[in-house]
Design a binder for this molecule. Sequence first.
Ligand code: ADP
Ligand code: MG
Length: 452
Amino acid sequence: MESPPPRELWLTALGQIQLEVTRHGFDTWFRDTVGLDLRDGRFTIGVPSTFVAEYLERRMRPLVHKTLRGLAGQDLCVSFEIRQQADGAVPAAPAASPSRVRAHGKTAGPLNPRYTFDAFVVGKSNRFAHAAAIAVSENPGAAYNPLVIHAGVGLGKTHLLHAIGRVVQGKGLTVLYASAEQFTNDFVSALRESCVEDFRAKYRSIDVLLMDDIQFIAGKEHSRESFFHTFNDLHTASKQIVITTDTRPKMIPLLEERLSSRLEAGLTADILPPDLETRMAIVGKKAAEDSIDLPGPVTDFLARRFVRNVRELEGALNRIIAMARLTGRPVDMELANQAIADLTTGPVRTRRYTPGQILSATADYYGLQQSDITGASRKKGIVLGRQVAAYLLREDTERSLTDIGSILGDRGHTTALRSHAKIASEINLNAGLRRQVTELRELIDRDALRQA
Ligand code: ADP
Ligand code: MG
C-alpha cells in the first residue's frame, strides 16, 4: 500500500492528537507543526522553535509515536526539525524548502550566549577549573580528556561547559551539548522506536561531547552502558569529552567500576563556593552588564548574604534591579532590603498562582487531561502529575490542605499533605524532578504573560 504524503499523514495525526490533549496544549505545542518527510521508516515533523521541539521530544513523543503507528500501520522513528519561518506562517511544501535547520532533536540545546569565558569571574575557588576549561577549548582532544568539572549547585558548571562549546564551535568543530538526562531520554526513545542506530550515529559523529550533570545517569543501567560505549568510542578517537557532576564520579555508588575508572583517567577540576572578594566581583560584573550603578554597600550586602550559590546571588541582584525599574526608585539599601526580604527569611513562598493555572499547566506539561489529575487512576504518570500539582498548590498558592484535597478531586487533606511531602522530599534528590517543577513554573509564568 502506498503511504500518504507526509503532509497529509501529519494533518490526519493532528486531527487525532487534538482529541487527546487540551485545546490550550494543542494550540501551544502542535498548531504550527508540519509533516515534512517520510522515508525509510523515519517521519520528520517541522516545528517552529527549539522550545517547541524540546517540549514535544520530552512530553509528547509517546503520543505522537502511538498516533503515527496507528495511521501508518508500522513503527516510525519520529524526529523533530526546527524550521525558520520568515513571516510566522506555516512553511509550505517540505522537500522544496532549503532553509531547514538541523535540530539534533533535543540534544543540541543551543548554547546560552551569556555563558562565555569573558562573563565568568575568576577567583581562588574556580581558577583551576577555569584554566582547565580554557586549555580544553584551545586544544580539544589533546589537553585533558575527559575533563570533569565537579561542583555544587549554582557554581558555574553549566556556564563553563557552554563557554567551551562556544569556543570550539568557533573552530568549526561539531559540538553536542546534552544533559545526562537528555541523553537518557534520547536513548530510551531510541530503544522504544528502534532508532538505536541513529542514536549511535548521532553521538559518534561529533567532535566534542559536553555532558552536563552526569550523576543523573548513575542509576540508569541501560543509559550507563550506552554512555560507556559512546564515551569509549569518542575517547579512542581522541574526541574531547567534558563532563560535569555535582557528585564526584568515584562517589556515584552505582556508576560502574569501569566507567568510573575511565572518568578518573582524565582531569577532575573542582569549583568551590566563591570567597567574598569573588562574590563582590560577580555582583559588580552582573550589575555592569545591566548598566546598573550599584552602591558599594549594596554590593557588599548581597555578597555577604548569598554565600554558597552564585545562581541565588544573581537572582537576588535581579530582584533588586527589577524592583528599581518597576518603582523608579534608586538602588539603595532600603530597596535592596525590601527586594530580598522574602529571600532571606526562611523558605521562599511566593504564592502567585491560581489553582486553575496550576491544574491546567500540570496537565499540559505531563500530557494529561485535568480530569486525570482529579480522577481516581493510579497509573504512574497520572499519580506523578497529581503529586506535582499538590506540591505546587501548597507552595505557590494560599490554599489550605483541605482546599487542596478537594481541588485535586474530593481528596482529603492527608492525601494533599502526603502528595506534597513526597515531591518536597524527592525534589532534593532527583535533578530531573527538580527540573520538571522549574519548567512547569516557567510554563505557568509564560501562560500568564500571554494572557496579560
Ligand atoms: P551549575 O551548572 O554549577 O549549577 P551554572 O553554571 O548554571 O551553575 O551557574 C549558575 C549561574 O551563576 C549562572 O547564571 C552563571 O552565569 C552564574 N555564575 C556561576 N559562576 C560564575 C562566575 N564565576 N562568574 C560569573 N557568573 C557565574
Ligand atoms: Mg548546571
